[in-house]
Design a protein. Sequence first.
Length: 179
Amino acid sequence: MMTIAFLVAPEGVEQIELTEPWKAVKQAGGTALLVSTEQGQVRGFNHLDKGEQFAVDATVESTSSAEFDGLVLPGGVANPDYLRTVPGAVSFVRDFFESGKPVAAICHAPWTLIEADVVRGRTLTSWPSLRTDLRNAGATWVDQEVVVCTAGQSTLVTSRKPDDLKAFCQAAIDTFRRA
């Protein structure tokens, strides 16, 4: 049985990019745990409108990648922009790559991957506005629904936007099962 961490900021996660992969992990028989930089609740957003609140299971300071089989990084603009400013969150992400565990990131989430310095030499996709940031960080950016990159210690699954969620969730679950 797989246990997957979902890392999000206290505010600003694109709600559907959290809830759809979460549902996919549960439907695949896995356990999904919400990790954030603070205890309590996180607030989802539907683009710029406030969404639901979700209970945090652990903080980046109270847990480690060793407790999980994989990591999902949902997007939203504010979510990864905040996470990349928190050293504990950046280290948490980097640890998954260093331990060879799979990571799935959608939309703006690769900003956190850039900060963790884990995209160099990899091929991935994202929200189009991150293209230059990813190229400057040493990645090859492609405009595809989903990209599964195995050019590193850990497999990286990426997608561009909420419209890609079906393909993203399937590729992430397949990758987590193989790990």
